[in-house]
Design a protein around this ligand. Structure first.
Ligand SMILES: [Zn+2]
Length: 458
């Protein structure tokens, strides 16, 4: 590390020589120890026990179908809330969907949300989501058993466990624990969540969407328990043609807010999780496949998809059967609870870190064309005690160099040429909680509706 810092200092002048160390947060170590694989096993066992959770399945039965499943999830959230003095509000936003290929007749798609209101900035919202609904081979088959133990009772179990653990603590920002529905029929629950967030004026800082997060054995037999994939869009789904034009010229195709979330999660895993790493994938989702985070991105909210390292396709969207000696079906035997607990820990420390830190900086802009220095501007916020400037080579996947800056809204990086580096700014609280890094201009701006600043240069 020392050698690297010295080389960096030689390469770009003195600023890189004094790298501020990240603040160690005992809270995050404590949270890591609170996750229970046994409780998650009980959650998935219960969800599998509803037979099918298909979106078109029975909603009246107390024991079978999506209705029974969502009522049970709501009752779990209510029980968690009882244990924290009523700290959670349970909401069940829904929409009637009809006339689509997979939902031909009017069907109520209902999400179950538990909301833990933030202490000082409640409109700022950090979400964890997973989907309750399940399916077999035929997406229209709503009667056969569809255990969906991994897809996506595992994500739902991560959501519920996050609520159990984080509800014992207080955070400046609001936490939302979201069990979605209708994913397999066309990402409808993601849309219900996005519309609910928009209608309530939430400033959604992050949606960590967990879908297929509990299996550690890939189709080839490879068993990998030490990493998870985090998918994120490179450019914003809501980018305008004019913004795209500037971005093509000045860069920013790998620096959306969602991508910064993935980078932050990777850094947290490195510092707080033993033998567990994030593999950042530069894609919105797996190739030609989707998830509920897509609807959040379309609404302009930063979101990532968390998915196990090696998927097992004989256990996804399959009728329960044995064929040529191969067992098909998304059964609970395919879930590795120690692995699921690690993924859940990653989510929990990410939510706690995001909710404890100041909001990501706004108004981030850089200037410095035809100059040996780079000037970074941003809008100071009262929540931030200081800021941190970050930069990296334009081909580097992770932020590499940093320097603290006073909360003035402007800092100059002497001898760091604007042409050769990508820049970003994070906000840091008095007790050292750091926000995600914000890339300058429209490609990186977090806040939906923040007026785009004139890009420097072009
Ligand atoms: Zn899924």
């Amino acid at each position: 590390m020392r050698r690297l810092a010295l080389l960096a200092a030689l390469a770009i002048g003195s600023p890189a020589a004094a790298q501020p160390a990240p603040t160690e947060h005992p809270l995050l170590h404590e949270l890591v120890g609170k996750v229970s694989p046994e409780r998650q096993r009980a959650t998935i066992t219960k969800l599998v026990g509803f037979g099918t959770r298909h979106t078109l399945s029975d909603t009246k039965s107390p024991t079978r179908g999506i209705g029974a499943a969502r009522r049970w999830v709501a009752s779990e959230f209510a029980a968690v809330s009882k244990d924290c003095g009523g700290c959670l509000t349970v909401e069940t936003p829904s929409q009637i969907v009809s006339g689509t290929t997979r939902i031909p007749n009017p069907t109520e798609v209902m999400d179950v949300l538990a909301i833990q209101r933030g202490t000082t900035d409640p409109e700022r919202v950090i979400i964890i989501s997973g989907h309750m609904d399940s399916r077999v081979t035929d997406p229209m088959n709503f009667t056969s058993d569809a255990p969906g133990a991994n897809d996506d009772a595992s994500g739902t179990a991560a959501v519920i466990e996050a609520a159990r653990v984080l509800s014992k603590y207080k955070f400046p920002a609001t936490l939302v624990f979201a069990a979605l529905s209708g994913e397999e029929q066309g990402l409808h629950g993601g849309k219900v969540l996005a519309d609910f967030a928009t209608a309530h004026g939430w400033r959604v800082e992050a949606d960590l969407n967990n879908d297929i997060v509990g299996n550690s054995e890939g189709l080839t037999g490879v068993r990998e328990t030490t990493r998870v994939r985090v998918f994120s869009e490179g450019t914003k789904a809501v980018e305008t043609p004019a913004e795209a034009d500037k971005r093509r010229y000045n860069g920013g195709e790998v620096d959306s807010p969602s991508r910064q979330l993935a980078r932050m999660m990777d850094g947290l895993a490195d510092r707080y999780l033993a033998n567990f790493d994030v593999t950042i994938v530069y894609r919105t989702d797996r190739f030609s496949r989707g998830g509920d985070q897509v609807e959040m991105l379309k609404a302009g909210f930063p979101a990532v998809r968390v998915t196990e390292a090696n998927e097992n396709y004989t256990r996804q969207h399959q009728d329960l059967r044995t064929e040529n000696g191969i067992k098909y079906g998304d059964v609970i035997e395919g879930v590795d609870f120690a692995y699921l607990a690690q993924v859940t820990r990653l989510n929990i420390i990410s939510m706690a870190a995001l909710a404890s830190a100041p909001a990501p900086p706004t108004g981030v802009d850089i200037k410095g064309a035809v100059s040996v220095d780079t000037t970074v501007n941003w809008t100071p916020s009262p929540d931030a005690a200081r800021y941190r400037l970050w930069w990296r080579s334009t081909t580097d996947p992770q932020w590499r160099y940093s320097r603290d800056a006073a909360p003035t809204g402007q800092a100059v990086l002497k001898g760091v040429n604007i042409d050769d580096w990508f820049f970003g700014v994070s906000a840091v609280s008095a007790d050292g909680w750091e926000s995600p890094v914000v890339f300058p201009g429209a490609p990186g701006q977090w806040a939906k509706g923040e007026p785009a600043k004139a890009a420097a240069g072009k």
